[in-house]
Design a protein around this ligand. Sequence first.
Ligand code: NAP
Length: 193
Amino acid sequence: MGGTFDPIHYGHLVTAEEALVQFNLDRVVFMPTGVPVRKTHRTVTQAEHRYLMAVIATASNPDFEVSRMEVDRPGPTYTVDTMLELRKGYGPETDLYFITGADAVWDILTWKDSEKLAGVCTFIAATRPGYDLSKFSAEDASRLHIEFMEVPALAISSTDIRCRIAERRPVRYLLPEAVATYIAKNDLYPGGA
Ligand code: NAP
């Protein structure tokens, strides 16, 4: 499950749990990005903070784990590098899925080695209610192995949470309390989105 997770919230956790059940997965590995390739418009929070927030948020679920693979890899983060490394580690017998937001799936498919990626994993593209799926043709979805999954809890967004924190509005019930405490303790998001 890839994401910038800046910060991780209940929408991400519900997405992971839903994918686990719907696709009968053994476990979900949360993979915070190191240096996101497309985030030039804003400063992304230090990878170590994003990694630690993911660890805190997932600690109580035995089916969830967090990987440092992308955080520790130098240079921009490309999903194809990650999936090839995972394929090598788990071997050819293991079915791999890449779970993330539908817009991010679209980005990956249009930018880097999409055909190669489709040969390595199935994509699970999570959508918010009302998401317009028309940019994905049925032919692309089938050729590139994309499954769609609507997640009502994805009405929660990291951007909204960053704005709320900057404006001192409540974030309780949008993300785990321990993550909110970590954010306050480290004074993350003073300037919002
Ligand atoms: P993003 O553009 O910040 O997010 C796009 C949308 O997807 C946002 O609405 C976001 O909501 C949502 N989203 C992101 N991660 C999600 C998750 N795990 N579950 C459910 N919704 C999620 O996306 P990003 O975080 O930068 O990238 C997502 C993943 O795609 C990362 O693993 C990244 O490395 C990969 N990616 C790879 C390439 C490439 O290889 N060329 C290009 C783009 C992205 P929130 O803001 O609330 O999370």
